[in-house]
Design a binder for this molecule. Structure first.
Ligand code: MRU
Length: 361
């Protein structure tokens, strides 16, 4: 690994500016939570787990900026930061999950001074980042059983090291299958309008030596019928209790085409992407992004001046089109209402045991 999407460097947050890829590898440093929120909004950093980790470091920056001698004011400031960071992008639940976890940690009555708060904030953000990497690798290990020894994949958006702290979710599944000697080939959806597939996934796969071809999003049906596709693997931004899954716009179309062709359709995501507080996908807020993402490619206008556009950044794939949900706790199969609840309970139990072990040490 020679790049880091999210890292804590010299008392600040360093983000790989994903807008500049694949042409340039640019890192930007951030020293306030406002700057971090803006970087999330403008998609310097993107991908559900990566924006969660970035927001956690944003909370650490808020704690670091708090006045030395006033713990109450420090807590008020992290509260403000939490609200600003959570509002940066609405769909990925990992963002609010990370911010809420930071708030819980910082409201520990054992933290009495501002120095305590600062130290705890940074340690918690670093723990969130480190856990993300471990979790992603475990998702990929768990998924090996569903990947044939020779496999043609379709992958949508970017779900790799860039979209996480490292390794990736759906792309991690592909990467590990390749590392373990399976013969994999990837059809990479270009992923209009921001081209996360063409710009970012292709860039990552080149670095990992995984063979691939970039295709336009609307070509998936053609390749399922002509070449043959063994499985689709995509990421997720929020998964409802019944398994309905919000992910990058176009995921729903891909799932329907896969269903028509009998191609297994898997979602790979950490359990932090589960939102069991909502019964189904109709409760997921879909982010609407600026029209310019559709009307222009780079600086070139591709629509007539004044043309109206609609630009939802995500869609919801109904659970009935999903073969399985690959998580670090295991694979959930339909009916998801029971399998997801069971996997989440397992994760929470393991977390509680670890915490109790930590307190005893
Ligand atoms: O708008 P983006 O690029 O942040 O959307 C990203 C996706 O939809 C990913 O598939 C999802 O966040 C999972 S990333 C591991």
């Amino acid at each position: 690994m020679t790049f880091h999407s999210v890292a804590w460097v010299d008392n600040g947050l360093r983000l790989l500016d994903q807008r500049a890829l694949p042409q340039r590898l640019v890192y930007n440093d951030y020293h306030s939570y406002h700057e971090v929120a803006q970087a999330i909004r403008e998609m310097v950093v993107r991908g559900a787990p990566a924006i969660g980790a970035a927001a956690a470091f944003g909370m650490a920056l808020a704690a670091a900026a708090a006045p030395e001698d006033d713990p109450e004011q420090a807590l008020a400031l992290v509260g403000e930061a939490a609200a600003v960071l959570k509002a940066a992008r609405p769909t990925a639940v990992n963002l609010s999950w990370a911010v809420e976890r930071m708030l819980r940690r910082l409201h520990d009555p054992a933290l009495v001074s501002v120095a305590d708060l600062r130290q705890a904030a940074l340690a918690e953000a670093q723990a969130i980042a480190a856990e993300d990497v471990r979790i992603n690798r475990q998702i990929a290990v768990n998924a090996l059983s569903v990947v044939p020894d020779e496999a043609v994949f379709i992958h949508h958006c970017n779900t790799g090291s860039l979209a996480t702290v490292d390794y990736g979710t759906a792309l991690g599944v592909i990467r590990m299958a390749h590392e373990r000697g399976k013969k994999v080939f990837v059809l990479v959806d270009e992923t209009r309008p921001r081209l996360q597939g063409a710009r970012l996934t292709a860039w990552e796969l080149q670095r990992y030596g995984v063979p691939f071809k970039v295709i336009v999003d609307s070509a998936s049906g053609h390749f399922m019928r002509t070449l043959g596709v063994d499985l689709c693997v995509v990421g997720a931004d929020r998964i409802a209790a019944n398994g309905d899954t919000a992910n990058k716009i176009g995921t729903y179309n891909l799932a329907i085409v896969a269903h028509e062709h009998g191609v297994p359709f898997y979602v790979a995501a950490p359990t932090t992407t589960l939102d069991l507080s909502i019964p189904d996908g109709s409760h997921i807020e879909i982010e609407e992004r600026p029209a310019r993402e559709i009307t222009h490619v780079g600086d070139c206008a591709i629509t007539p001046a004044g043309a109206e556009v609609a630009n939802p950044a995500f869609d919801v794939t109904p659970a009935r089109y999903i073969t399985g949900i690959l998580t670090e706790a295991g694979i959930a199969y339909p009916p998801f209402a029971t399998s997801l609840a069971r996997l989440l309970a397992l994760t929470q139990e393991a977390g509680a045991q670890k915490e109790a072990g930590g307190r005893r040490d």
